[in-house]
Design a protein around this ligand. Structure first.
Ligand code: DX5
Ligand code: ZN
Length: 216
């Protein structure tokens, strides 16, 4: 599997997004956390900010929609320059319809599951998904601790023969990344671990090396 590191800009300095993106220009993806204050307690950023930062980065955007009505907004994020659009299976909109809408916009679709949600819920859509996101914290806040007990979800997806990307999000650091990689994940979101480090590019490399050491 190709290993990808996706730093979450939720942990970056929003006053200086252009220079923050330069600090992580060696990453494979950029993870953009969108929160609506309804699906999760916080409000973060929306499509206009995605559109603005699209102009100052060439790295593909991995947009994580933590919002109740993804179907209503996926077009805005597609137009803003998202490359992968990920939404939650627990959201209020019809999952199949939302996946189809993302694909019709020419974007890659991904489906996320919260910690208390069974991984079985994504199975009907696997054929159409480029990626499954297994949350390793409750969505809504950066800087939480990695939930090791989510690893069986990843193992189960791989055991079922799923060959697409599996992303983990929440509490990923140079140590916990090894557990996720061993379980079968290959895309790793890291907010605090990357942006709060002295040298984000070195941290991205360390994360990648540590994940690779556990992947066949
Ligand atoms: C949590 C977000 C995460 C978050 C990760 O709701 O989906 O992407 O930014 O932050 P860290 O890596 O600090 O746990
Ligand atoms: Zn996220």
């Amino acid at each position: 599997m190709v290993i990808k590191i996706s730093p979450s800009i939720l942990a970056s300095d929003y006053a200086n997004l252009e220079s923050e993106l330069k600090r992580i220009e060696t990453s494979d993806l950029i993870h953009v956390d969108v929160m609506d204050g309804h699906f999760v307690p916080n409000i973060s950023i929306g499509a206009p900010v995605v559109s603005a930062i699209r102009k100052v980065s060439d790295v593909p955007f991995d947009v994580h929609l933590m919002i109740s009505r993804p179907l209503k907004y996926v077009e805005d994020f597609a137009n803003a320059g998202a490359d992968i659009i990920c939404f939650h299976v627990e959201s209020d909109d019809d999952t199949g319809e939302t996946v189809d809408k993302i694909l019709s916009l020419g974007k890659k679709a991904a489906l996320a599951v919260k910690p208390k949600t069974d991984i079985e819920q994504v199975l009907p859509y696997l054929d159409k998904l480029a990626m499954v996101l297994v949350m390793t914290v409750e969505p809504g806040f950066g800087g939480q601790s990695f939930m090791t007990d989510m690893m069986p979800k990843i193992e189960k997806l791989r055991a079922l023969g799923y060959k697409g990307d599996i992303e983990v999000d929440g509490g990923v650091n140079p140590e916990t990344i090894k557990l996720a990689a061993k379980a079968g994940a290959n895309v790793f979101v890291a907010g605090s671990a990357v942006f709060k480090s002295e040298n984000p590019k070195d941290t991205i490399k360390l994360l990648k090396d540590n994940a690779a050491s556990k992947v066949d």
